[in-house]
Design a binder for this molecule. Structure first.
Ligand code: WQD
Length: 335
């Protein structure tokens, strides 16, 4: 079976391509290289021994998207390609609405026109904002977005919900918690461009001496140690969830035309707990200091994984320590 992976040279996309190929799927990648590197294509090939078909263009180019679906028939689409920096989205909202929504609409229009189905959408727990009840289930209220980035995820889910009502079309939205780590081969991993916004790349770059010191954004949250809690999931576990979701769509095992699943470990870890786990897993001492909270951050988020475990039939298997070790091994490979 042939699967299109948009953003397939990106962090989660590349790990998903590897798992797809190892499951026997034929993969075609569309990526505009705006936030990824062409070297990742060779690294994927070196892991699996199979070079994915690669098309370099922007999903905002409606004609190119249309031509692609005129000349390729796929059994499913996994859509990762999007801008994803929360802070940048606040500064450049139009870029985020244009890119994230425009790309989605072009994809969906071309799929419907050529009668191609089965769409997996890369969503985010950010749609819940600060949930009132923890752990977070899929029917937790969707809160007003804290950023244009988060809003594009919410709006995209709404677009999909309306499309599956109007057309014979089927989708699954996977709401990721916090993806971390790297492939155990250390050949692919997170490639943050510039100063890392996310915690783990900043941790590994600090341990590697690239960054002077990690700033812990606040220790006055209402949590056991005062630092904010998140559900950190190994990117390989996350990638595998996409394979399970794709099979569910292709084999028509879905219970409704659109389904939503929280993809996390179900375990919350505070920033200080992550630091301790990193030091234990890597035997690297981390230089950090407590500073003020970061604007827009929530206190705590971790998944209720019951639906993913039972209905979807997927469960995270790798530990926080394993993810941190893999992130460190990947960091050591960087020039
Ligand atoms: C995690 C925790 C920070 C950096 C965001 C998006 C989410 C997804 C993942 C794209 C928080 C703390 C961080 C640092 C710190 N993005 N932290 N020092 O904010 O939970 O989620 O990234 O798909 O949609 O919302 O992830 O890694 O930025 O922060 O103390 O240098 O680490 O305050 O508590 P976040 P994060």
């Amino acid at each position: 079976m042939k699967v299109l992976v948009t953003g397939g040279l990106g962090y989660i996309g590349s790990h998903t391509v590897v798992e797809l190929q190892q499951e026997g799927f034929e993969v075609v990648i569309i990526d505009n290289l705006s936030n990824s590197r062409i070297e990742v294509l060779d690294q994927i090939t070196s892991i699996t021994g199979i070079k994915p078909q690669f098309e370099q263009f922007d999903l905002l180019d409606k004609e190119k998207v249309s031509d692609f679906f005129n000349t390729n028939r796929v059994d499913g689409v996994i859509h990762f390609a999007a801008s994803k920096a929360v802070g940048e989205s606040v500064e450049k909202p139009l870029l985020y609405y244009q890119n994230n929504l425009g790309s989605l609409l072009n994809l969906l229009q071309a799929m419907l026109r050529t009668d191609q189905d089965h769409f997996i959408f890369s969503s985010s727990c950010t749609v819940y904002g600060q949930a009132d009840v923890l752990p977070i289930t899929e029917n937790a209220p969707i809160k007003p977005a804290e950023s244009p980035y988060g809003n594009t995820k919410k709006i995209s889910e709404d677009v999909l919900s309306d499309v599956v009502k109007a057309h014979d079309f089927h989708a699954i939205a996977l709401r990721y918690f916090n993806p971390i780590g790297a492939h155990p081969s250390a050949k692919i991993g997170e490639l943050p461009l510039g100063v890392p916004q996310n915690l783990i790349p900043y941790v590994t770059q600090t341990a590697a001496g690239i960054r002077e010191q990690l700033s812990v954004f606040g220790d006055d949250y209402p949590t056991p140690d005062g630092t904010a809690i998140r559900d950190y999931i190994h990117v390989v576990d996350l990638a595998k969830a996409h394979i399970v979701a794709l099979k569910r769509l292709v084999q028509k095992e879905y219970q409704s035309p659109i389904e939503f699943f929280n993809i996390g470990t179900g375990m919350g870890s505070s920033v200080l707990e992550v630091i301790q786990a990193f030091e234990k897993a890597t035997q690297q001492k981390l230089n950090y200091k407590i500073v003020d909270r970061r604007a827009g951050d929530i206190t705590a988020a971790y998944a209720d994984t019951t639906l993913a475990n039972t209905t979807l039939g997927w469960r995270a298997e790798k530990s926080l320590e394993e993810a941190l070790k893999d992130a460190w091994e990947w960091q050591l490979q960087q020039k």
